[in-house]
Design a protein around this ligand. Structure first.
Ligand code: AMP
Ligand code: ZN
Length: 122
């Protein structure tokens, strides 16, 4: 299957990975709306909210809750927004949850710099 996010999970396309377990993979959005903009995806290919099984969705939100805390703490965020697109508003047709940290000072930095910040403070 010719799916961008499946290729990211398999390593065929590089990504700024910030978390991985047996079921999910999280990486920085290449075109971020905010510093630390993260995409959390199931490793298995599911199209959207209709397609994804409830147990996988539950696990995604368990991880999302943990990543939210990590991103807010490490990036000193003032808030965080979750977004999940379906249908015509979904650009990449592999289920993904956006985690968008909010900073009062919306000074967007390079993705690589944010990745280094997240990596360094482990
Ligand atoms: P959506 O509109 O919800 O389908 O969002 C897709 C997101 O994937 C967008 O925010 C893109 O910037 C992001 N994106 C596309 N290609 C890549 C990539 N190679 N690595 C990381 N993020 C990507
Ligand atoms: Zn896929």
């Amino acid at each position: 299957m010719d799916c961008l996010f499946c290729k990211i999970v398999s390593g065929k396309i590089p990504s700024y990975k910030i978390y991985e377990d047996e079921l999910v993979y999280a990486f920085l959005d290449i075109n971020p709306d905010s510093n630390g903009h993260t995409l959390l995806i199931p490793k298995k290919h599911y199209l959207d909210m209709n397609d994804i099984p409830l147990d996988t969705l539950t696990h995604i939100f368990k991880v999302a809750k943990e990543l939210k805390v990590m991103l807010e703490e490490k990036l000193n965020a003032d808030g965080l927004t979750f977004i999940q697109n379906n249908g015509d508003v979904q650009e990449v047709k592999h289920f993904h949850l956006h985690l968008k940290p909010y900073h009062k000072n919306n000074d967007i930095k390079d993705v690589k710099e944010i990745y280094e910040t997240l990596k360094d403070r482990d």
